[in-house]
Design a protein around this ligand. Sequence first.
Ligand SMILES: *[C@@H]1O[C@H](CO)[C@@H](O)[C@H](O)[C@H]1NC(C)=O
Ligand SMILES: *[C@@H]1O[C@H](CO)[C@@H](O)[C@H](O)[C@H]1NC(C)=O
Length: 124
Amino acid sequence: MQFTSLQLLASCLVLFGASSAVASDFSASCKSISLSGSILYADCRSESGNYAESALDTANCVANYDGNLSCASGGGYTGSCTDCSLESGTTYLLCDCKNGSGGDPASLIDLNTCISNTNGALSC
Ligand SMILES: *[C@@H]1O[C@H](CO)[C@@H](O)[C@H](O)[C@H]1NC(C)=O
Ligand SMILES: *[C@@H]1O[C@H](CO)[C@@H](O)[C@H](O)[C@H]1NC(C)=O
């Protein structure tokens, strides 16, 4: 039992380490995060310490590669993905994205890996 917990902890640390290496991590300094269509809204902290509402079209930051959502500048996933939503209380974008074989598997991406807070403005 204890061994299993340690293994679990080790895996979590590895995952955390791996994702923080590439994370843009806007949610660390933004709050009230929501998605409307493909537009991401959040109140983001600027260098002065004030929070102001910022908006960003996630289609500028995320692409659909053969059914998989990935970070890509000018990505345009909205052209080939449907039923997109933000997983409640998280930064995960969930969509059905068309792949090359006529399917549209569910795909999930953590927007924290694509989007940053640049002095109070969401950016990718
Ligand atoms: C998309 O994800 C599937 C399942 O993880 C994988 O088999 C496939 O190679 C991926 N395709 C691309 C283009 O990344
Ligand atoms: C495409 O998506 C369908 C599910 O919608 C899946 O069964 C199929 O394996 C996918 N094809 C590839 C190449 O990932």
